[in-house]
Design a protein around this ligand. Structure first.
Ligand code: ADP
Ligand code: GLC
Length: 489
């Protein structure tokens, strides 16, 4: 077969992509990876690709997928017996493979931590198992009647899959997407044999990382291509400090590293049809947004006021997100007559900081410490401004949700925040590393807020932006096609 014919033939039949991920909304979610794992495969299928998901059989997954059927026992030994179940993502036609390995995944707590917030002691084995099965589904031992053209892995949890594929002779190409370089899956080298990795993999040119083994480094080293979730972050991680120890490798691989900005699920996040809201609205008819604001103030016990600028925050409460700067400037916002509505869980020091602020100013500040999807939508709809001053942010989704709901985001100019918010056009951004830099931007945003015609223009621009998945899904599709064609040549 000549190269041209080969290329055309790969393009004619739908490319088959195995999307291996440790979380997917609505089945199981700790962060934005779950949103991407549900909306990107759906967007790829809309483009005609045959994209299928592989996820662990956590209790929440088994409970929410009703029609799962066993298709194969798996010849794996890590953490006991395992089998593969198949079905569809609830309410969609996106095919799903569930790795049912009771000893690994059926336990209380979250995907990575137990009920006391401690990492599960056997996370290395659990996610090596997920990676092994992902690799197995791509190789000659594949127990099912479906052979992917490309394996798409995400973060450290599936980082070992490209390594297993490599040592199995690279039957198909693999792609690793970095959603957050801060989580690297670093474990003791004594696990190497248990995890079924050859000793030669434990090298600088391999998965060795400062004397330990790193799942993420394995993904970055052995996969055929690397993507990350925004063009800006793709540049930032090639240097200190955001390279977080991987900058050397990422720089070496810069010609196989692409930043593709995440999209958002525009059906879920649609102010004109969102069922979580008491009222709906569009950029042309904004009365519903004013009603949503009043309803939110009532729901959270804040003073009802159409004029008071209401700042929203929905976030994991971690150092990454720069929320300590919000605590430092909160007094300034309150003396300007502002209100703040926070929703999040995370580090105890931030949780107690926000709880204390709300306790001191119950009519101006509400802090809901917990996870509540409905409330996250009502905050996006009811707030006027959204605070997201992240120290780093690979992509970030909430700033794009905010724009779509006419809630102008105030962001630090980093990663995907820099790529999705243009200062003074569809939000506000700042560069510095201090609470003061944030404050100066809040002051600028407040000045704009009080200029009603200007505010209306900014809202309209933000709301009319296309943040859907189509453009980015096409970029992924082109990358898969290129990798598959290269593998066949
Ligand atoms: P990250 O993945 O770093 O947490 P993203 O902005 O990419 O950041 O995604 C976070 C996702 O989690 C968004 O969909 C956001 O709405 C959601 N989220 C975060 N915290 C909460 C919470 N406490 N309640 C409801 N949704 C939350
Ligand atoms: C990570 C990042 C976040 C990104 C999300 C989805 O959790 O912290 O910035 O939006 O992954 O890619």
């Amino acid at each position: 077969m000549g190269p041209v014919f080969r290329e055309v033939s790969t393009m004619l039949r739908p490319l088959k992509i195995l999307f291996a991920t440790s979380e997917v909304r609505p089945l199981i979610k700790t962060g934005g990876l779950a949103d991407v794992s549900s909306s990107l495969p759906a967007a790829l299928r809309d483009l005609g690709l045959d994209c299928r998901l592989l996820v662990p059989g956590y209790p929440a997954v088994l409970a929410q997928c009703e029609d799962l059927t066993p298709i194969s026992d798996l010849p794996v030994t890590l953490l006991g017996p395992a089998r593969l179940l198949t079905g569809f993502m609830p309410g969609t036609r996106v095919p799903l493979y569930v790795l049912d390995a009771p000893r690994a995944f059926q336990r209380p707590g979250g995907p990575y931590q137990d009920t006391r917030g401690q990492d599960h002691a056997d996370n290395a084995e659990r996610f090596a198992l997920l990676s092994q099965v992902a690799a197995q589904l791509c190789g000659p031992q594949n127990p099912i009647n479906w052979q992917p053209d490309c394996l798409h892995c995400h973060d450290w949890q599936t980082g070992l899959a490209p390594a297993y594929l490599h040592f199995a002779g690279r039957p198909v190409p693999s792609l690793t997407t970095i959603h957050n370089l801060a989580f690297q899956g670093v474990y003791s080298p004594s696990l190497l044999t248990t995890l079924g990795l050859p000793s030669e993999s434990f090298a600088i040119d391999g998965l060795e990382y400062y004397g330990n083994l790193s799942f993420l480094k394995a993904g970055l080293y052995y996969s055929d291509w690397i993507t990350t979730v925004s063009p800006r972050y793709a540049l930032e991680i090639q240097a200190e400090p955001l390279g977080m120890g991987m900058q050397g490798l990422l720089q070496q691989r810069r010609h196989q590293l692409t930043g593709i900005l995440n999209g958002i699920d525009t059906a879920d996040w649609n102010p004109s049809s969102d069922l979580h809201l008491t009222h709906n609205f569009t950029y042309r008819a904004m009365a519903g947004k004013r009603r949503c604001k009043a309803a939110l103030q009532t729901e959270l016990g804040l003073t009802p006021s159409a004029e008071a600028p209401l700042f929203g925050v929905v976030s994991r409460l971690t150092h990454q997100k720069g929320l300590d700067w919000i605590l430092q400037i909160a007094q300034g916002i309150l003396t300007r007559g502002g209100q703040i509505a926070i929703l999040g869980t995370g580090e105890p020091i931030l949780e107690s900081g926000f709880k204390q602020l709300a306790h001191q100013h119950p009519q101006q500040v509400s802090a809901f410490i917990g996870y509540d999807e409905g409330l996250s939508h009502r905050i996006e709809a009811g707030a006027d401004l959204f605070l997201m001053p992240s120290r780093f942010e690979p992509c970030g989704l909430n700033q794009m949700y905010s724009q779509r709901y006419g809630t102008l985001p105030i962001v630090r100019e980093t990663g995907g925040l820099a790529d999705s918010v243009t200062d003074g056009v569809d939000g506000f951004s700042f560069m510095g590393d201090t609470a003061h830099a944030l404050w100066l931007t809040v002051e600028r945003a407040l000045a704009a807020y009080h200029d009603r015609p200007l505010w209306r223009r900014l809202q309209q621009t933000a709301m009319r932006k296309d943040s859907g998945w189509e453009k980015s899904a096409r970029e992924y599709a082109a990358l898969y096609a290129q990798l598959a064609a290269r593998a066949h040549s």
